[in-house]
Each structure stands twice: as C-alpha cells, then as structure tokens.
Design a protein around this ligand. Structure first.
Ligand code: SAM
Length: 285
C-alpha cells in the first residue's frame, strides 16, 4: 500500500514505532512519517525499513541521525528546521522515544524555544509487559535499566523495596541471571515476578514465578532477545513494631539473625539495619 501524504502542521512530533511487529505502527504515525518536512531517527536504517514495509516514500526529504552520541551536534540542525516553521518527526529505534531512549534533550530544547510539540503515542515495552504480566496494573514504577555493577544494582534495588507499586525494569539477556539473583537477596525469594521476552515477536515468552524460581531458571539458561522484568509490590512499609517483631521471631526460628533481618526488611520495606538491630535484640532475649 502506498501511504497518502497529508499536510503536517509545523512542530516537533515524537513518534512511537513498533517493538517488533511492524503492523503495530499507528495510522497517525504513518501520516506523520509520510508528511513531515524532516525526519530524524535514532537508527535511520530501522526507520527506512519501517517506511518501506508500509509503503511510505522518503523522497527528497532529509532523514537525520539523532542518537546519544551525536545529539549535541545534530540538535542545532533540527532546531533550525523547527524554528524555520518546518515539521520534524523524531522516532527512536523501537517503542516510544525518551523511554530509555534518546529524545529528551531535543524535546526540552524545542519546548524552551516555544516550538509546538506533540506526541504520536504507540508501543512501549514497559506497558506492553505490564499488561501481559498478570501483576497488579493499578500502580507501577518504571525503573528503566539498572546499573550494571553488582553493588550499584543491589543498592538501586534496595531503594525500591518499600515502593507500593509493580516495579518494571529493562534488562539485557546477559545480565538477567545476575539481576534476578540480586533481586532475591533484596526482595526475598518468594516475591512474585514475571520475565517478558521478545514481546510482539515470533518467540514472545512470559515466565512467571517467585523470584527465586526465576533466578534458578535463568541461572542456567541465557535467554536471547529483549527482556522486561516485573516485580510485584511488597507488603509496603510497616511502622507497627509488634507486627515486625512477630515476623522476626518467626524468621529467627528458621534463619540466622542476618538472614532473618534480610527477609523481614524485604517483606515490610524497612531498612535492613533496623531489622538487624531488632533481630539482635530479640536474639538476646
Ligand atoms: N523506547 C523503548 C520503549 O518504549 O520500550 C525502549 C528502548 S530500550 C533501549 C530497549 C529495551 O526495551 C530492551 O533492552 C528491553 O528491555 C525493552 N524492550 C524493547 N523491545 C522489547 C520487546 N519486544 N520485548 C521485550 N522487551 C523489549
């Protein structure tokens, strides 16, 4: 099918593109790709391919690379086009621009320059995974990519222990096993979690279970493709000392002081230090 060119008003258009299945493009995204004066993309080859699939000709229009490594150099050219009253579409490689993808500085610059800005919303892996996860979707926190070093990753996870929302992470397949092991330490072995892989693609997969179960599964199996990890909310922070003490007392019948403190801090969203001190005091009595 050849896409009809429509006239596009001046301004910056952030256009979401499919995560894998090219047919997830929206009709409005195709209108904008067909009609904008200037196209900019994180990966110009991917955008060309997507336009070819949908019969959108590039013609003589410029297609400018705009990504993390050339943003400062490429931005002035895009800003000049915008300030001259042209329409500029920006698409990242897949999904929604700015969501763990480039585009933030361009959007800020355009807003600051008083250029009209809008979005053509569409797929984003975080929301696709949330809707498929089976975990509560009423409140969620998108945490993006975790730090790659084990120490920083654990402290980033610890900050999220008491958050009363489904947690969503992007993760690379080669770090999935290590991330899940760290998550077991921080959130406890039984916290419900889901790994979504290759969403909207041929080998789409959803694996659900307790964190420990998933950590074991992915310890030996290094999956291929793109991955979102979701972790269920905990019980939320509890200030009621009697409840925490009762849980600690029970945990101390099974575990060392350190492990009991770790488990209870994860369940109730209190600091490990506080839980440890309470466990020490209970241990002495
Ligand atoms: N801007 C994108 C969005 O809106 O989701 C995210 C880009 S970020 C550089 C890439 C990460 O998104 C991947 O490492 C993976 O965690 C996640 N992702 C993207 N496509 C995915 C897919 N089809 N299935 C699962 N996760 C995906």
């Amino acid at each position: 099918m050849n896409w009809q060119t429509r006239e596009i008003a001046p301004g910056l258009y952030l256009v979401a593109t499919p995560l894998g299945n090219a047919r997830d493009i929206t009709l409005r995204a195709l209108d904008l790709l067909a009609g904008a004066d200037v196209l900019a993309a994180e990966d110009t080859r991917s955008l060309r391919r997507l336009m070819d699939i949908h019969g959108v000709p590039l013609g003589e229009r410029p297609l400018i690379a705009y990504h993390d490594h050339n943003g400062a150099r490429a931005r002035p050219r895009l800003m000049a086009a915008l300030e001259a009253g042209q329409s500029v579409v920006y698409a990242s490689e897949a999904g929604t621009p700015l969501i763990s993808d480039p585009g933030f500085d361009l959007m800020r610059a355009a807003l600051q320059a008083g250029v009209p800005c809008t979005t053509a919303p569409g797929p984003t892996a975080a929301v696709a995974a949330l809707t498929l996860s089976g975990l509560p979707s009423d409140r969620f926190l998108f945490a993006g990519f975790l730090p790659t070093s084990a120490g920083k990753r654990k402290s980033a996870l610890s900050e999220l222990v008491g958050v009363p929302a489904t947690l969503i992470f992007y993760e690379s397949p080669k770090r999935l096993g290590a991330m899940l092991r760290d998550a077991v330490e921080v959130f406890g072995p039984d916290r419900a979690a889901v790994v979504c892989r290759e969403l909207t693609k041929k080998f789409e997969e959803r694996s659900a279970g307790g964190l420990d179960e998933l950590a074991r599964k992915y310890a030996d199996e290094s999956p291929k493709g793109e991955i979102v990890v979701l972790i269920d909310r905990g019980a939320g922070p509890v200030t009621d000392a009697t409840t925490v003490e009762a849980a600690l007392q029970e945990a101390l019948t099974r575990l060392s002081v350190k492990d009991a403190a770790s488990e209870v801090s994860a369940i109730f969203g209190i600091s490990r230090r506080d839980a440890y001190q309470m466990a020490m005091a209970l241990g002495k009595n």
